[in-house]
Design a protein around this ligand. Sequence first.
Ligand SMILES: Cc1ncc(COP(=O)(O)O)c(C=O)c1O
Length: 321
Amino acid sequence: MKCWCPIRLSRVPRPGAARRSGNVPYALSREFQLDAKAFVTCLEAHPKAKVAVINHPSNPTGGGASLEELRAVAWACRQRGILLISDEVYRDLYFETRPPSLRDAGSYGVVLGSMSKGWAAPGLRVGWAVGDPQWLTPARTVHAFAVTAASAPCQRAALALLEASDQVLPQGRREISIRWEALASAWQEHFGEVLTPPAGAFYHWISLPEAARQDPMAFCLKLRDEAKVVLVPGTAFGEAGCAYARLSFRGTPRAGPRGCPSHGVLLEEVMTPLWPSVTKNAEHWPNPMRPLSSPIEVEWRRPATGPCARPCQIGFGSPMR
Ligand SMILES: Cc1ncc(COP(=O)(O)O)c(C=O)c1O
């Protein structure tokens, strides 16, 4: 039997938090796709693992997971009795074909969804978990003691949006496609590179120029301070992100450069002139926030014992009426 319940969302730790919370990251393919082989290698290296989290389409890379890889990952977790959590909050925001769900690969594991992305209603704080009650029933109990439930008005608003999915979801996809087209054509024009659309979501995982890789945070701060454009340094998502920054193209393409910049403006006035300068003058853009060698301090509170000491915080609210 499947169990479906609305949840008041607290955060599933980002990849960046993984190592700090005692979890271990696993490698993706070169195209940032789920790679079952690398995933299983990681499981084998950590025989005490109890929970594995996959996220597809992914924040921050936009990478996805094929049905074949999902099957292999689910099988590997089932064999070892590991709870597999599949974070699929971006699955309805795709560009070409709808990415497969872990549910398409079988009944094993728990799938997470949210009103925040496809339905563009993050303020509702409503999401859901689908899976076997053996996992979800105890999680509901933990949640009841740890997090407030989703409010009734928010659940009603979520229900109204869910019932209007046939209109809301295609509209959301149209909107992000417009933004993707604007970004991809401006990128090609200014950098001469043809971008491949992500599997879903609204992120472009930018490969940084060599010099910016020494300190992606400093590069992003320079962009922020001089150009009023905010990119998230790849290091915010883990050490492996040091060669990247995340660009979100969710903002409106029509707004001016000081709001959400149009992608043409972003590239023409901001990034194109800055790119060559960062590749040459790394020493001229020191990071005002921290010396190069010191680690980034991230607050991460986790009780040492008890059920909440588990690495993932997943919340379950009262059933929707
Ligand atoms: C991969 C991923 N999972 C889950 C969430 C949680 O979203 P929310 O709490 O808004 O539903 C986010 C939000 O950015 C996300 O990027």
